[in-house]
Ligand binder design. Structure first.
Ligand code: NAG
Length: 167
């Protein structure tokens, strides 16, 4: 006859096997979700555009950010981290990336939003390269699953341009 502890042990092992199996299925089914997020960003205003005392350009913007990231959410999604970056090239660097705004989306219901925001992080160039500069705004996201691998992707919103002169 089996002892109580042997039975308990067998039960735990069995439960863990089932749990591992469910986790594997959860992260597997996630791979079949092909999300189709949409985003639109407008620059409502350039509030400030100046050279800092050290010579670096700085821009302050009012942004209108609207996005529908609901399709990123599956039953295995814990939360989604998003950030909006300005990306541009200068003679020295082919890609400069400056994060302007970010947020954590806890649920699918919060994943469709329109907000008016100032750039939360300073838009500063390491130099004075921003006058008349063409740039893209990119919305990046990192999907954090309850179990399995994290994945990241982005949407590029091209065609922005900074003013020709400081204001
Ligand atoms: C901006 O986006 C366009 C179109 O997607 C792309 O060709 C260009 O390389 C991007 N610029 C930068 C600096 O990433």
């Amino acid at each position: 006859m089996h002892s109580v502890s042997y039975r308990a042990n067998a039960l735990v092992t069995f439960s863990l096997t089932i749990l591992a199996f469910i986790c594997a299925i959860a992260s597997l089914t996630d791979n079949f979700n092909s999300p189709s997020p949409t985003a639109n960003v407008q620059i409502l205003n350039v509030n400030r555009f100046q050279k800092r005392p050290n010579g670096d350009d700085e821009v302050a913007l009012t942004l209108d950010i609207s996005a529908d990231l609901q399709s990123l959410f599956t039953w295995n999604t814990k939360q989604v981290f998003v950030f909006l970056a300005a990306e541009y090239s200068t003679p020295k660097n082919s890609l400069n990336q400056v994060s302007l705004w970010d947020g954590i989306i806890p649920t699918r219901d919060n994943a469709k939003f329109t907000i008016k925001a100032y750039n939360k992080y300073k838009f500063i160039d390491q130099g004075s390269n921003l006058r008349g500069r063409d740039f893209n705004l990119t919305l990046h996201w990192h999907v954090m699953p309850k179990t399995g691998k994290m994945f990241a992707d982005k949407l590029v919103l091209p065609g922005f341009r900074l003013p020709e002169s400081y204001r």
